[in-house]
Unconditional design. Structure first.
Length: 140
């Protein structure tokens, strides 16, 4: 049996996951990081993306996070995110609607919109949809 590390994924609304895992892969700002048992302690900022928690050789649980922090300590890994959702619980219709609205905002050339905000909303919706697609393709 592989060595495991305790993992907690917490959003501003609730604890999303708590349990043992063989590996955690998270989207740090400077690139994707992989954490296994006995990893050196560190703290890093996370960008919006997919967090994958490898429970065993046959089970990987994907999550969408909107960004946040990851803390690695000898006793475990904690991911603190503004928003965290299990991939299977992503609302596809809401993500598609958010993508459509963001694309409309970016198409508005009147100068009355915040382009950085529109780009951020578009990127968030695209990451949610990509996470959901990856989850579905692995389940098939």
């Amino acid at each position: 049996m592989a060595m495991t590390i305790h993992v907690d994924i917490v959003s501003a609304q609730a604890a999303i996951f708590s349990g043992a895992a063989e590996l955690v892969i998270a989207p740090a700002e400077m690139g994707e990081v992989g954490i296994a048992a006995r990893h050196a302690p560190f703290l890093a900022r996370l960008k919006p993306g997919e967090v994958r928690v490898k429970i065993s050789s046959t089970e990987i649980q994907p999550f969408y996070i909107s960004g946040g922090l990851i803390e690695v300590q000898p006793q475990g890994v904690t991911i603190l995110a503004d928003t965290a959702v299990r991939a299977k619980d992503i609302d596809e219709a809401a993500a598609l609607e958010a993508k459509r609205r963001a694309e409309e905002m970016l198409a508005d050339k009147s100068g009355k919109i915040d382009y950085a905000l529109a780009q951020a909303k578009l990127a968030e919706a695209l990451v949610q949809l990509r996470t959901l697609d990856k989850y579905r393709s692995h389940r098939a």
